[in-house]
Structure formats: C-alpha cells, structure tokens
Design a protein around this ligand. Sequence first.
Ligand SMILES: O=C(O)CCC(=O)C(=O)O
Ligand SMILES: [Fe+2]
Length: 230
Amino acid sequence: MIQTSLHQDSLSALKDAFDGQGIVRIFNFLEPEAAHELSTHIAEKVAFKNAFFLNNQNREASDEEIANLSVEERRNLYRGIYQLAGQGTGFLYGRHKVSQDSDDVLTEFLSKLNETSCIDLIRDITGNKVVSHADAQVTRYRVGDFLTRHIDNIPGETRRFAYVLGLSPQWHPDWGGLLQLFEQNGTPTSSYMPVFNSLTVFDVNKVHSVTSVAPFSPQSRYSITGWFRA
Ligand SMILES: O=C(O)CCC(=O)C(=O)O
Ligand SMILES: [Fe+2]
C-alpha cells in the first residue's frame, strides 16, 4: 500500500529538504489504487463530526446535532466560532478518528503507516530516531472551514512530526485549504497545496494554519492527518 522503497537519490533529497526547512513532501506516497480506494471510502463512507473551538473548549458536533439547534442557537454557535477566528484563534472542520480495531481501509492504512519500513523512512528523513508510532484522523474542510495559526507541539504529548496525506483529487490552488507556514513572528512563508497522494511531514514546532476553503470551491478538502510520535 505504502511505497517506501525510495531510490537513494530521492531519499537524500528528502533528507536535505527536511534538514533545510523542517518540512518535506513525498509525492505518490501510496500505490495509486490504495490512494483511490481511501479517497472514495472517505468521501462516501466516513461519518464526520464538526470540530470547533468555542468557550475555551475543543468541541465536536455532527451536522444533525447542529441542524437540531434553534435558529438562534445556531447563529450564536457560528458567531462565537467566527468571532474567535477573527482574532486568530480556533478552527472549524470535519474530523473522524481512525481506529486501530476496525476492519476498513482506514485501519489498514494506519497499520501500514506503523510498519517498521514506514517508521524507519520517517526516522531516516527527519534524522529523529525516537519516532516509534503514528496516529491518524480523517479531516474534511468544506467551504468556509479553516484552522487558524498554531503549533502542534503540545507540552506533555509525544508528538514529534505532523503529517498530512492529501486525498482530494485534483485540488486547485485557488480553492484555499492550503497548509500555510509562518515565521515565529507571523509572517507567512511557504504554502502547500493538498496535492492528491502527497504526504507532507513537518516539525511540530513549525507555526502553520489551514487557510479557509473558498466559497466557490467545488470540492471539500479531504486528508488523513496525524502525528509521528515518540
Ligand atoms: O491538514 C493540514 O494541512 C494540517 C492540519 C493541522 O495543522 C492539524 O490538524 O493540526
Ligand atoms: Fe497543526
């Protein structure tokens, strides 16, 4: 499923890129059939919950739960989320945790990601030998969804490197949903389009965001994301 047998030349190019920038991208990470199978499963079968930040809490609610709110409650919910986002805090996107014990294609992906060959590849590229395993969640950014600037390094957690596997076919850069990196002072630097079947790996201390998906985007931005952990 995962194409870990990179030619030495490409491995050393990936190492150099990571060394220089703390971020690297592996194109064609999965075998093409596996990427398509995952992408179809995600678009058709996954039950997402909307994750958002409100009243100082990370919260989740299904579309149905939000639809069942009164008009006023719903207005207040979005007003609260957008007010914080306007100040540079919070997020709104669909999320589904990948379980280790299901028998679907997502669980199969997670177990492949945790195979020695893949963990070794990440250790090689990053030069970090303490990475031992990875977790995974599926994310969906619909029109208007976003994730404001943050770092993934949470004290007391074992996250070392974040990853994002793009699973929306033929994304267009004008549709937003870009992984945007920043300098510590907030100046935007490079941005990464969610290219289908590319695995982007970056240091958890890098400041980043996911830009809002444009109102005219004909597709949602689907990915599998997570962390390689110690
Ligand atoms: O989806 C992405 O490109 C990044 C996601 C992210 O930053 C996160 O979930 O913490
Ligand atoms: Fe992040």
